[in-house]
Ligand binder design. Sequence first.
Ligand SMILES: [Mg+2]
Length: 122
Amino acid sequence: MLLNNNLFTQSVIEMTELNGLQIRVKEWTSEKGFKWSDYAAYCHLVEEVGELGEALVVKHGERKSGTGQIGDADHYDIEEEIGDVLFSTIALANRFNIGLDHCLDKTFDRYDKKVKLRNKIK
Ligand SMILES: [Mg+2]
């Protein structure tokens, strides 16, 4: 299932929250003129995942938060970094006109199968 581009004509109540987020990101990136290549968009997602990892390292006390100077981490706000990862993921899905609901449904299906298999093996 692809992202429904005609959601603007649907009632807000009928929209899923994920589709609503996709529209919000799509509008923002269009308005701001984000025109990255697919590879640059992918690299941005990876960069944000790395920043989330840095924030987790700070939370566990292995690095101090700071300004990015030697030894300091300038990414220490987990909420902010999860938001960045989410934004980048949504922007990537939008780029390929893929609905996040569909992606998540597929993931749950795969994970269900993995859990069933794991429980059979135990
Ligand atoms: Mg970030």
